[in-house]
Design a protein around this ligand. Structure first.
Ligand code: MRU
Length: 347
């Protein structure tokens, strides 16, 4: 029986053409860059743990992975009711990235009104394929904004590890590099979970794009020295008025860019836009456990440096107001504040 296979930098989903068997493998991002361990996904609780522990992460990829999980459960002959229940558990696994809800809503529409094994699998495959295309379009739209000599600051990880395709902000950077533009990237390490220090560096090395790693609190000083010409980040949810949520620390990058008059860009697919959310303060922000701030965990084990009973504040995301954004780079075009005011994110 022939096998069909979807592959990205951190997902592998294969299934037999008769839809009797499937295998779902996920690269455990918590162990990168030192260990490349592929997990075999066997159950719904395991998948929820994989999402919540950030073994799989990044707004678009969470939605894609959750959809593929439903396809896998359907191939295992789970009933319509069981799949609807699984969809709810996946929908609630993380609160901020609206891509997860957009993808699960697409899967739910099939589960509720066009239910068949084939339709469920086809929808998940379509969600995966679409994400690859959205990344390519964003990359092309965004790369046009960069020129030789750009020194680009980025925050968190927004590349192939965060999407099914080439990425959002990092996909734009990769495209500009592939076009032959001589660019250099400053990578914020992105405390507390170090998505920049562990993951963006790993991707940039693979892409052979020159980069320098900095701690988050070094960016303003680099800007004052005129070492940064542009900044670009991804997003987990864009409100109708252009405010957007992204990894904690993004707001500081935007404020620092504004002060130093450095263009600050956000790149995201349409699946990140939430037209039902009027403005940033309505975006639900995930709060995470204190241990992530009391120390660090990684392939090396865990290290604590603060008294374990310290009171900790640990929001996973912050909200950047629209007025700090130079342009929003989407798959369907590049938008200015004027476009946003005219309601481009309301559709
Ligand atoms: O908590 P994470 O690692 O899932 O957060 C990811 C980000 O904040 C990214 O910048 C965002 O998802 C947009 S790019 C894929």
């Amino acid at each position: 029986m022939s096998l069909k296979k979807l592959t990205s930098m951190s997902l592998e989903f294969s299934y037999s053409a008769d839809l009797k068997k499937s295998e779902f493998k996920i690269l455990d991002q918590t162990l990168l860059p030192f260990e490349e361990k592929w997990l075999i996904v066997e159950s719904l609780p395991q998948m929820v743990e994989i999402i919540q522990s950030l073994r799989v992460r990044g707004a678009p990829l969470i939605g894609v992975s959750a959809s593929l999980m439903l396809a896998k459960l359907a191939i295992e002959n789970k009933s319509q009711a069981e799949l609807q229940k699984a969809a709810t558990e996946l929908y609630e696994s993380r609160p901020t990235a609206v891509n997860l809800m957009v993808c699960i809503d697409r899967m739910r529409a099939v589960l509720n009104s066009k239910f068949s094994l084939e339709n469920v699998v086809n929808e998940a495959v379509a969600i995966f394929d679409e994400d690859v295309q959205l990344c390519d379009r964003m990359a092309t739209n965004g790369a046009a904004l960069f020129v030789d000599g750009d020194q680009i600051l980025t925050h968190c990880n927004t590349g192939g590890l965060a999407t099914a395709g080439v990425g959002t902000a990092l996909g734009v950077i990769a495209k500009a590099h592939a076009q032959g533009k001589k660019i250099h990237v400053y990578v914020d390490e992105t405390r507390p979970l170090l998505q920049g220090g562990r993951l963006t560096t790993w991707e940039l090395q693979k892409l052979k794009i020159p980069y320098t790693l900095i701690t988050d609190n070094m960016a303003a000083q680099l800007m004052s020295l005129k070492k940064i010409t542009k900044a670009i980040v991804g997003s987990d949810r864009i409100a109708a008025n252009g405010d957007f949520a992204n990894k904690i620390g993004t707001y500081s990058v935007a404020v620092n860019c504004f002060y130093h008059q450095i263009p600050f860009y956000v790149a995201a697919p349409y699946t990140t836009v939430d037209p039902t959310c009027a403005s940033g303060e309505l975006i639900p922000i995930e709060q995470r456990k204190p241990s992530e701030v009391l120390g660090v965990q990684g392939h090396f084990g865990s290290v604590q440096w603060a008294p374990l009973d310290s009171k900790v504040y640990n929001p996973s995301f912050d909200v950047t107001p629209a007025k700090l954004v130079a342009v929003w780079i989407l798959d369907r075009g590049v938008y200015t504040q004027k476009d946003v005011d005219a309601g481009v994110f309301l559709k």
